[in-house]
Design a protein around this ligand. Structure first.
Ligand SMILES: *Cc1c(COP(=O)(O)O)cnc(C)c1O
Length: 395
């Protein structure tokens, strides 16, 4: 045997040795049986894999699974394109469907990276974003009517870190009435809690890095779309040409995580509700932001558009302000200080001293990010242990 002739042809027959676990296709390209097969695949006459930047069987399997989750119970299935991260999913979607001169309408309290992407990268290539309060549907309508170049309404709900919600169905309707597309970042809620396609949106994006994977060991993202042609001819094309493809290993880790997705979400949500109730009754706590509490301003809206629970992201404000926030952060024993979310273990973040340290205090306060605000990504640990840790940290 030649030293350089190792190909899949040397693998045992996959039909007789079908693996139980999704195989990890660590290959950059694929072998054609003969030249005709190659021609037919290249011409798109026959389906088949060519090159892993275009498509990879491991990545495809995970993408299809997430599409099943996002359109579960609907009479159609979303077309997915998996990407290297949540950020590249958002960028790939916008590059695929917008052109210079088009505008995006969005909210101020987006994921920080998204705000920066819209301003710094897309702003620079002439795709500007108008930021308004998307809760104000009248303002949304007049903004869209006043500017026909707004081609996309991009939203996030519940949003970081006050868990403010926007009305997905109403926004999708307003977008469509005004000739725009509607996209949503469903990372916080996940399809277990919120199915934006059922409420009329055109695109859903995710950072699968968070709850869909759930174990904090991979970075990936996905764009899902209702219109198959737009997804293939525009979004998939942008992914393939810019090279925002997902690595098969990251997809494989995500697949592993998805096996316990519903179990994790159930526990995430019940833990979060218990913790929110504990914190709300605590004398050191000024306010708790959790859409599952009746005291949250968007509780009714969240109850209408979310199902199975209210998620596991929450934030709370300590009466002692900045100092109290810093002190609590240094006292946590079980909760981990980490600037991510959606993992099986509980993560804490003090935005004023970390993620929002560069944001001027007035701007921060305008967005509800007060000095003593602590954000929790509630994990799936024993809830009594978590409450004990919180109790000693904020005592
Ligand atoms: C983390 C996150 C992103 C970015 O995802 P990456 O996988 O880190 O690129 C986008 N949106 C939301 C809501 C997120 O939490």
């Amino acid at each position: 045997m030649q030293f350089d002739s190792f190909t899949a042809r040397e693998c045992p027959d996959p039909r007789t040795t079908a693996p139980h676990i999704l195989p990890l296709y660590a290959t950059s390209s694929y072998v054609f049986d003969d030249i005709n097969e190659g021609i037919e695949i290249f011409k798109n006459i026959e389906s088949g894999h060519v090159y892993s930047r275009y498509a990879n069987p491991t990545v495809d399997a995970v993408a299809q699974k997430i599409a099943d989750l996002e359109t579960w119970g609907l009479d159609w299935k979303a077309t997915p394109v998996m990407t290297s991260s949540g950020m590249s999913a958002i960028a790939t979607l916008l590059l695929g469907v917008l052109k210079t001169g088009d505008k995006v309408l969005s909210q101020a309290n987006l994921y920080g990276g998204t705000t920066e992407l819209l301003k710094a990268v897309f702003g620079q290539i002439g795709i500007e974003t108008v930021f308004i309060d998307l809760k104000d549907l009248k303002a949304v309508e007049s903004a869209m009517k006043a500017d026909p170049s707004i081609r996309m309404l991009y939203c996030e709900t519940p949003a970081n870190p006050t868990l403010a919600c926007v009305d997905i169905e109403a926004l999708a309707q307003l977008a469509h009435q005004n000739g725009a597309l509607c996209a949503i970042d469903n990372t916080f809620a996940t399809p277990y809690l919120q199915q934006p396609f059922a409420l009329g949106v055109d695109f859903v994006v995710h950072s699968t890095t968070k709850y869909l994977n759930g174990h904090g060991n991979s970075t990936a993202g996905i764009v899902l779309g209702k219109d198959h042609d737009v997804m293939r001819k525009q979004v998939w094309k942008a992914m393939k040409l810019v090279g925002t493809n997902c690595s098969p290993f990251e997809a494989w880790l995500t697949h592993n995580g998805l096996k316990t997705f519903s179990l994790r979400m159930e526990r995430h949500c019940s833990n979060a509700l218990k913790i929110a109730q504990f914190l709300e009754a605590h004398p050191a706590v000024e306010r708790v932001n959790y859409p599952g509490l009746a005291s949250h301003p968007d509780h009714a809206l969240a109850s209408r558009q979310m199902k199975n629970g209210y998620g596991a992201m929450l934030s709370f404000e300590l009466k002692g302000g900045y100092e109290a926030g810093i002190q609590a952060m240094n006292r946590f024993k079980m909760c981990t200080l980490a600037p991510t979310l959606g993992d099986v273990d509980t993560l804490v973040l003090h935005p004023a001293s970390s993620s929002h340290i560069a944001v001027p205090r007035e701007v921060r306060l305008q967005n509800g990010i007060t000095d003593g605000l602590i954000r929790l990504s509630v994990g799936i640990e024993n809830p009594d242990d978590l409450i004990a840790d919180l109790a000693q940290a904020i005592a």
